[in-house]
Design a protein. Structure first.
Length: 197
C-alpha cells in the first residue's frame, strides 16, 4: 500500500493518490521539518514567504534541516524561532517524502503545527511571515485576510493542507519530474491519513 521509501509513522487509511509513471529511486534522504501556526479560533494560518535558497518565492511553513544530535521535534522548534521569531508547543502533524528528478537526495519532511505561540512574529533573512485566512465553508462572512496562496506554494500543498487544517495526521510521498522548461512539477503522489475522529 505505501510507496517505496515511505516509513509509516502512524496508522493511516488511503486518502489521495494520483499522477503517472513509476516511483523514482533515490540513494539518500535528508531530514527536514516544516511548522505551521494554525489558529482555528481566529480562522488564520501563518505562512512564510521564502526569501532565499530552496523554494525561494514560495509560501511555506517554517523549517529546515534537522541537525546532528537533535530530534526532528527540537529542530522544528528551533527553525520556527530562527525564521519567524516565535516559540510554540509544536505537535507532530505528519511526514512526507519528497523526491525531485535529478536530486541527489530525497527530503524526509516532518510536519508540525500549533494553535498558539509565544513571542513576536518577526521577519528573518530567510522568511517573511504573513497570516492567511483558513477557508471555512460554514461561515458566509469573508475574511479580511488573503486566501492561502496555493498558486505560489509547492504543487502538492493543495493535497495535504486540508488534512493539516483538519488536524488529521498524514504520511505521504510526492515525486516531482522536470518538464521541458526545466521546472520541477508534481507527477506522482500518495497520501494516507489518520482515520477521522
Ligand atoms: C514538495 N516539496 C516540499 N514541499 C514543502 N516544503 C518543502 C519541500 N521541500 C522542502 N521543503 C521545505 O523547504 C525548507 C528547506 O529548508 P532549507 O532552507 O533548505 O533548509 P535550512 O533552513 O536548514 O537551510 P540550510 O540548509 O541551513 O541553508 C524546509 O522547511 C523543508 O521542509
Amino acid at each position: 500500500m505505501l510507496p517505496p521509501g515511505l516509513l509509516k509513522t502512524i496508522d493511516v487509511i488511503p486518502y489521495s493518490e494520483g499522477g503517472e509513471g513509476e516511483w523514482m529511486s533515490f540513494e539518500r534522504r535528508k531530514y527536514y521539518t516544516n511548522a505551521f501556526i494554525v489558529q482555528h479560533d481566529k480562522k488564520r494560518i501563518l505562512l512564510g514567504l521564502k526569501k532565499r535558497g530552496f523554494g525561494k518565492d514560495k509560501y511555506n511553513g517554517f523549517g529546515g534541516k534537522v541537525e546532528e544530535g537533535e530530534t526532528s521535534a527540537e529542530a522544528a522548534v528551533r527553525e520556527l524561532q530562527e525564521e519567524a521569531g516565535i516559540t510554540a508547543a509544536l505537535e507532530y502533524s505528519g511526514t512526507m517524502l519528497f523526491f525531485s528528478e535529478g536530486a541527489d537526495f530525497a527530503y524526509h519532511i516532518d510536519y508540525y503545527s500549533a494553535g498558539t505561540y509565544e513571542g513576536t512574529i518577526t521577519e528573518s533573512e530567510e522568511m517573511r511571515p504573513e497570516w492567511f485566512a483558513i477557508p471555512d465553508a460554514t461561515v458566509a462572512e469573508s475574511s479580511a485576510l488573503p486566501s492561502i496562496p496555493f498558486q505560489q506554494m509547492w504543487d502538492d500543498d493543495g493535497i495535504w493542507f486540508p488534512l493539516l487544517l483538519a488536524k488529521r495526521k498524514f504520511n505521504g510521498r510526492v515525486d516531482f519530474r522536470l518538464n521541458a522548461r526545466g521546472e520541477s512539477k508534481l507527477t506522482k503522489w500518495w497520501f494516507g491519513a489518520e482515520a477521522e475522529r
